[in-house]
Design a protein around this ligand. Structure first.
Ligand code: NAD
Ligand code: UGA
Length: 449
């Protein structure tokens, strides 16, 4: 007889839905966890030996749980009927049309899911909002469900704070788990059910509770604060280049002040990823809607510096070489960060596009993200898994992702195989500049005078 006494459903089998549900399945063996998605290709891949995303350590947890208490399915309708706790992990991108285009959150995917839940539910349910949403979205969810269904629904906000590349560690040892709820009888009961799940592996003092709106807004604020630190250090990197100061030394000394802290002070070509830009844009839009023009302008500055940092990098490349038309440029790293295959909003994408506009020929090497990149660029660029093959006969090498393997390449061997003069533009400050200069390279790194 099965020991699975409790059921959880997650709608959305993406970068957040699957790692977070796999962790629950792993830590709570008495729960049957099902993840559904409308993308049958993705679900087939989750059920296969070749998982659809690269996330270190996820494969091991999936091996231990899949078809034991973790299941993947496309049968959204039946799974809604069978489960009383439903996590929502669908995408909430930036709107690209109509009112608020480029800033507001596009809630159409979330709304579709809510309407499906309303339509197919045959009992009261707890809805856990894990997707990142504008503050007060839980109210909008409740309103739809109240009109779509005769059953009662309790909405919880439980934003996810994991980062890609370190998701498994972040989920196993989170800084905090945040649960927002109403202080009603049903809100408190639902919150307690969620606390029970997380307390299987997370110390209770790290599970914090707030009202719904604080929980939703905390998520946007946390991402905005993290991105703001990156823009702050990147803004100083521009001044370093003018003055002879060194941004790595500044990050180190500034970060040693405990009040500031040393994390998220690595200067580079700006932040990428599917969330920072979209979540700050959402925050800006919210502020504008509430008439908070000055607050909106403050956060706009974080995005402006991020764009400026990428533009500065491309300007430097073009100016250093006079022209890059017909030059061969090797891009080492296209993932938005190390240990990920994700290229959503990756700085590499914007940089490659600008270089193509200048007439350069691009070859890219990346240990995990070439497949994702090829969906964007098709045959307009060349893809090489082996970095030593990629650099051959190139005039320039650009380091755009901080993969460890790029730190430890044999740069003397690379220099030999390149056209001369050979340039390195280190967008992540990962190479030994002195050594590369001695080899013969012309070197540019961010924030070094
Ligand atoms: P994703 O695009 O990887 O996954 C979303 C999935 O939802 C897709 O597979 C899509 O097919 C599915 N989906 C959309 N509509 C559906 C429907 N009607 N029924 C069933 N499935 C449906 O997105 P993600 O990166 O996992 O992000 C999901 C949410 O989590 C976003 O709100 C994001 O801001 C937030 N978030 C992401 C991260 C991250 O590291 N990626 C971290 C924290 C929070
Ligand atoms: C980020 C947050 O760190 C997570 O807490 C959050 O849950 C997630 O967004 C989300 O909401 O999606 P993620 O985007 O996966 O996670 O990765 P980060 O490690 O935050 O890196 C984001 C970008 O900033 C990357 O392009 C990275 O290279 C860049 N970065 C990071 C820097 O340029 N400098 C730094 O010091 C740190």
């Amino acid at each position: 007889m099965s020991n699975l006494t409790k059921n959880i459903l997650c709608i959305g089998a993406g970068y957040v839905g699957v790692p977070s549900m796999a962790m629950i399945a792993y830590k709570c063996p008495e729960y049957k966890v099902t993840v559904v998605d409308i993308d049958s290709g993705r679900i087939n891949a989750w059920n296969s030996n070749i998982l659809p995303i690269y996330e270190p350590g996820l494969d091991k947890i999936i091996q231990k749980t899949r078809n034991i208490n973790l299941f993947f399915s496309t049968d959204v309708e039946n799974e809604i009927k069978k489960n009383d706790i439903i996590f929502i992990c669908v995408n909430t991108p930036t709107k690209n049309h109509g009112i608020g285009a480029g800033k507001a959150t596009d809630l159409q995917y979330l709304e579709n899911v809510i309407r499906q839940i309303g339509k197919y539910s045959n009992s009261p349910k707890i809805i856990v909002e894990k997707s990142t949403v504008p503050v007060r979205t839980a109210g909008f969810i409740k309103k739809i469900l109240d009109t779509e269904s005769e059953y009662s629904f309790t909405i919880l906000s439980n934003p996810e704070f994991m980062a890609e590349g370190t998701a498994i560690n972040d989920l196993a040892f989170p800084a905090r788990v945040l649960i927002g709820s109403d202080e009603t009888e049903s809100g408190i009961a639902a919150r307690n059910e969620l606390i029970e799940i997380y307390s299987a592996w997370i110390p209770t003092e790290k599970i914090i509770t707030t009202n719904l709106w604080s929980s939703e807004l905390s998520k946007l604020a946390a991402n905005a604060f993290l991105a703001q630190r990156i823009s702050s250090i990147n803004s100083i990197s521009a001044l370093c280049e003018k003055t002879g100061a060194d941004i790595t030394e500044i990050s180190h000394s500034v970060g040693m002040d405990e009040r500031i802290g040393g994390k998220f002070l690595t200067s580079g070509i700006g932040f990428g990823g599917s969330c920072f830009k979209k979540d700050i844009s959402s925050l800006i839009y919210l502020c504008e809607c509430y008439g908070l023009t000055e607050v909106a302008a403050y956060w706009e500055g974080v995005l402006n510096i991020n764009e400026y940092q990428q533009k500065r990098f491309v300007d430097k490349i073009v100016k250093s070489c006079n022209s890059i038309a017909e030059k061969k440029i090797c891009v080492l790293g296209c993932a938005f960060k190390t240990d990920s295959d994700d290229v959503r909003e990756s700085p590499a994408i914007g940089i490659i596009k600008q270089l193509q506009e200048e007439g350069a020929h691009i070859v890219v090497s990346d240990p995990q993200a070439l497949k994702s990149l090829s969906r964007q660029f098709g045959e307009t660029i060349r893809y090489e898994v082996d970095p030593y093959e990629a650099v051959k006969e190139c005039n320039l090498v650009l380091l755009l992702t901080d993969w460890n393997i790029f730190k430890n390449l044999d740069y003397a061997k690379i220099y030999k195989s390149m056209e001369k003069p050979a340039y390195i533009f280190d967008g992540r400050n990962i190479i030994d500049i002195q050594r590369c200069k001695e080899i013969g390279f012309e070197v540019y790194s961010i924030g070094k005078g």
